[in-house]
Design a protein around this ligand. Structure first.
Ligand code: AP5
Length: 220
């Protein structure tokens, strides 16, 4: 089975994607995370992606499509897949529609998470993580005990370079222009599109996503 998580930056794709694959034992592709890892390792891909990511722009389609194809080829056919942050443009969606049949798959459903822009900007501005242990925090919703410090490691928390309010606003514009039209693309008969209100506590959103997948796609 293949499920796409679609939605603007900060709506909770990563949060809900993690919970979903944890519950189902599926694999999750997060293009943003693959790119950040490539940057940490200083690979050619990472160097190519850096300026685009820091500015809040999309990395070129050919780079992303090659990355996704390589990842997909390594996942056994019987394991379900959640795409988080991909596809993000019409050429990426077309490439996915062409590639999936080659590995005996198709898109089973698209979960669209939604929340108002001011909520998204606040969430993203509050996001922090520990570079040492990887634990995620949010200064508004899940703060560390000591300001800006990891509870477990005692080191200062990191903030993503593209998480400043100005860059987030730009990422939202890019989402509206390049990615939101994919909702209509899938609604044109390619796959069921399932809308979930992401402007509720994480646990409530998790339950709603789960219910939707059980009812509409008979997942679980
Ligand atoms: P990527 O890493 O994919 O970022 P994004 O799509 O902008 O999404 P985010 O990670 O910011 O948000 P999210 O929806 O996952 O929310 P989260 O769960 O973390 O991409 C980064 C960059 O990489 C792009 O700008 C681009 O340059 C490049 N890139 C990636 N994929 C690409 C592609 N396919 N093509 C081209 N370029 C690509 O939640 C956010 C915060 O809110 C967290 O702190 C969380 O704890 C909190 N939160 C979540 N849910 C709730 C809730 N219900 N209530 C309260 N707080 C909540």
């Amino acid at each position: 089975m293949v499920v796409i998580l679609l939605g603007p930056p900060g709506v909770g794709k990563g949060t809900q994607g993690r919970l979903l694959v944890g519950a189902l034992g599926w694999e999750r592709l997060v293009t943003g995370e693959l790119l950040r890892e490539a940057r940490r390792q200083g690979t050619e891909l990472g160097k190519k992606a850096q300026a685009y990511m820091d500015a809040g722009d999309l990395v070129p389609d050919d780079v992303i499509v090659a990355l996704v194809k390589e990842w997909l080829a390594g996942i056994p056919g019987e394991i379900g897949v959640v795409f988080d942050g991909f596809p993000r443009t019409a050429p990426q969606a077309d490439a996915l529609s062409r590639s999936l049949p080659e590995v005996g798959r198709s898109v089973d459903g698209v979960v669209v998470l939604e929340a108002p822009d001011d909520v998204l900007v606040k969430r993203i501005a509050g996001r922090r993580s520990c570079a040492r242990c990887g634990r995620a925090y949010n200064v508004h919703y899940d703060p560390p005990q000591r300001e800006e410090t990891c509870d477990a490691c005692g080191v200062l928390l990191d903030q993503r370079k593209d998480d400043t309010p100005a860059t987030v606003r730009h990422r939202l514009d890019v989402y509206r222009e390049m990615t939101e039209p994919l909702i209509a693309y899938y609604e044109s008969g390619l796959a069921p599109v399932l809308r979930v209100d992401g402007n509720r506590p994480q646990e409530v959103v998790r339950e709603a996503v789960w219910q939707t997948l059980v009812e509409e796609l008979e997942v679980g």
